[in-house]
Design a protein around this ligand. Structure first.
Ligand code: IPE
Ligand code: IPE
Ligand code: MG
Length: 247
């Protein structure tokens, strides 16, 4: 089994960098710990979200660099609306700025964006930016799914309702085709930062056989080396999907 460790310039003493094959096509991140990162520094939680937005760009770029074809990030859940208004406003405005920037830099970054979640709750200009970004980026190969106003239970209920209304046969494939992730393979690896070990209503259907990786690193501190560690851990695992390993 080939193990995929690319050597960078070893003469400079840089650590080996990982690269991936199609066993790891899709990585998902539950980004967590922005608030704790700020609190540790005596700053309001909003600062953690600003820093987290920078980390988001850095980590997505790095995942593309090492050959991961699909990245999904859980950026804002349906439950996160219950946070204080100033915090919610800051997160939403950071995401809106990110989306506008993604459109400006589309030709440079060559990323296909998909938003997971109900866009209609956002102000019309933001919702339109989201839809436009999905449309104009649809030809690119490298995929970034951003879960925004996302909740997995609501996603599954919505899919069931659509199937019931259309009269289509209900099976695993048709249900998958009515999720926000339609057409996208399930995540091979889900990484959650900040020492929490739960899915918090993220990709409950799609995570059926995902490998889970938890790290104490707070999201704003997340570095390429932390992604490398998660990838190495993934490649050390045996995925059996309920079968047995041939001797
Ligand atoms: C993740 O960081 C960002 C979102 C959930 C929007 P948190 O804001 O949850 O950070 P902690 O968990 O309070 O540290
Ligand atoms: C999960 O993080 C949601 C996102 C990453 C967007 P939370 O911080 O909201 O989750 P809980 O409350 O710890 O489960
Ligand atoms: Mg949290």
């Amino acid at each position: 089994m080939p193990l995929l460790f690319k050597k960078n310039d070893s003469s400079k003493g840089e650590p080996a960098r990982v690269a991936v094959d199609d066993r790891l096509r899709h990585i998902a991140f539950i980004l967590d710990g922005n608030g704790r990162w700020a609190k540790k520094r005596g700053l309001p939680r909003e600062y953690g979200h600003s820093e987290g937005a920078q980390t988001f760009k850095r980590i997505v770029r790095y995942c593309g660099d090492i050959g991961i074809k699909i990245v999904t990030v859980y950026a804002f859940s349906t439950e996160n609306w219950s946070r204080p208004k100033n915090e919610v406003d800051r997160i939403v405005s950071l995401l809106d700025e990110y989306i506008a920037g993604a459109e400006r830099e589309l030709e440079e970054n060559k990323i296909r964006y998909t938003f997971l979640g109900d866009k209609s709750v956002f102000a019309a200009p933001m919702a339109e930016r989201m839809t436009r970004l999905e449309q104009i980026s649809s030809g690119y190969e490298l995929r970034l799914n951003i879960a925004l106003n996302y909740g997995s239970r609501a996603e599954i209920v919505r899919a069931c309702r659509e199937l019931a209304e259309s009269g289509e046969e209900i099976n695993e494939r048709t249900l998958s085709d009515h999720l926000y992730t339609a057409g996208c393979p399930d995540p091979d690896l889900i990484v959650r930062t900040a020492n929490e070990r739960r899915l918090s209503n993220f990709l409950l259907w799609q995570a059926a056989y995902s490998e889970l990786y938890f790290t104490p690193t707070l999201w704003p501190d997340m570095q390429p080396a932390d992604v490398d560690a998660a990838v190495r851990d993934f490649y050390a695992r045996e995925r059996r999907f309920g079968g047995v390993t041939p001797k």
